[in-house]
Design a protein around this ligand. Structure first.
Ligand code: FAD
Length: 421
């Protein structure tokens, strides 16, 4: 049995720990917060008609989430249809442009991108579109909101997944997405140590890895680092690296986003309305009761949008704008708004990652390549589902698979050494 340290109890760390524990390894998970889930964070919001579960972080379970679906069924959890599509948003502040216009232009852009091998930035692609500037800007807004970075930085490939334009359904975990990390951490029991912040990780020259937290030091056979990109890059946490890993990290962009939740007086219908100017979108959706929840949800993407909205100093300005955008809804005058700015959370340092042009399969593979006995997981390191819950889970399970292979190879070597002796 190997002793494995796992740093971070988000979905990536928990997926790694679950797989390793199932393989009979001895795992210890270090988590700085007092809860599991990291950027999956469900809470409740009071409304005039009752209390409802909201997602302060990750919300939508999208197409192709095979690993997440498998884990949900393993832990007896189920998905509910949100009754609206994450991919389809009506522009609410550009009178002459419809949702269909954006979908049509988005598809055009995707076709153009595919024929040019998806090279270059999303912005370069937009520049080649023959459409009116207002329509191109609506498309730009759609890309920037979803990728949480500027269209001039992000690869055109991002249009495929996160900023797709197909009206596919989208789901959420019944009772809140937090149910999944709670269940996974619950099954790991005392192996998860909360309130312990990792400070340094070091390969020991004669084998093993030394982990220093604010609670002391521990030595493991291998370690899986499942910390967010911003923490991995932060000089306050010392992690082993090498030139190949550093150069692969250059193609990973840090996205920034904020969420807003507002109680509604009456039950709305499902909806998805975007502000092109404000780079945010708003929606109302169903939950497991089958009814539409009387809460207005909003998501603002990209650092420049958050700065322009003055969100850090005056979050109430976003509330006023959202009220104006959604004048179709009954938001009480004294509604208490809940704003979550992920860049202000030092244990996240932003929302999620996106890839820059020039990113290659070989490059992203380097992000997962171990340095000594230190293995890597986290949404930022996953090639296909970068930035998403599915990517976090896949990366964690992949890191666990690699650790198991390494342990098995070691045990075969020591068996053959014994036979020789
Ligand atoms: P995290 O969840 O961040 O886990 C890392 C853990 O490490 C955290 O628990 C953190 O507390 C801990 N940690 C940090 N520093 C230390 C330290 N020094 N020592 C010990 N522990 C530490 N994804 C979707 O699929 N669909 C969506 O609709 C969606 N919407 C999103 C909306 C927002 C606003 C945000 C912020 C994210 C959204 N995501 C969405 C992305 C999704 O939340 C992430 O991709 C995923 O949860 C990341 O998991 P992770 O395990 O890689 O990282």
């Amino acid at each position: 049995m190997g002793r494995i340290g796992i740093l971070g109890a988000g979905l990536a760390g928990l997926a790694a720990a679950t797989k390793l524990a199932e393989a009979g390894e001895h795992v210890t998970v270090f988590e700085a917060r007092d809860r599991p889930g990291g950027r999956v964070w469900s809470e409740t919001l009071d409304t005039p008609t009752g209390c409802y579960v909201i997602e302060r972080g990750a919300e939508f379970v999208l197409d192709g989430y095979t690993s997440m679906r498998r884990l949900l069924s393993q832990f007896g959890l189920r998905l509910v249809d949100t009754g609206m599509s994450y991919y389809v948003r009506e522009p609410g502040d550009v009178p002459d442009i419809t949702c269909d216009d954006i979908i049509r232009t988005g598809r055009e852009a995707l076709q153009l991108a595919s024929s040019s091998g998806l090279q270059g930035t999303a912005e370069a692609l937009l520049a080649d579109l023959p459409d009116e500037p207002e329509l191109v800007d609506a498309l730009r807004a759609r890309i920037e909101i979803s990728t949480a970075v500027s269209a001039s930085e992000v690869t055109a490939k991002s249009l495929h997944h996160i900023a797709s334009f197909e009206p596919k359904p989208s789901w959420r975990v019944a009772g809140g997405n937090q149910q999944l990390p709670d269940a996974m951490a619950g099954a790991l029991g005392d192996a998860v140590r909360y309130g312990e912040t990792v400070k340094a990780v070091e390969n020991i020259s004669d084998g093993g890895v030394l982990v220093t937290t604010d609670g002391g030091t521990s030595v493991f056979d291998s370690v899986v680092v499942a910390l967010p990109l911003a923490v991995v890059r932060h000089p306050q946490v010392t992690l082993p690296t090498n030139e190949a890993r550093n150069s692969a990290l250059k193609y990973v962009l840090q996205g920034h986003a904020a969420k807003l939740h507002l109680p509604l007086e009456t039950q709305p219908t499902t909806s998805a309305v975007m502000s092109v100017e404000g780079r945010y979108w708003t929606w109302t959706a169903t939950d497991e009761s089958g009814g539409v929840v009387p809460v207005l949800n909003a998501f603002m993407g990209s650092s420049s949008a958050i700065t322009r909205a003055n969100l850090r100093q005056h979050p109430e300005e976003w509330v006023a704008k959202a009220r104006a955008l959604r004048s179709d809804l009954t938001i009480p005058e004294d509604a208490s708004a809940l704003t979550t700015i992920w860049s202000q959370d030092p244990l996240a340092g932003g929302a999620y990652a996106a890839h820059a042009p020039g990113v290659t399969a070989a490059g992203t593979a380097l992000l997962e390549k171990p340095v000594g006995d230190v293995f890597w997981a986290g949404e930022y390191s996953e090639p296909e589902f970068v930035g998403l819950m599915e990517g976090a889970i896949r990366s964690g399970e992949r890191a666990a698979g690699r650790v198991i292979q390494r342990l098995q190879a070691r045990s075969r070597n020591s068996d053959s050494e014994r036979t020789k002796a």
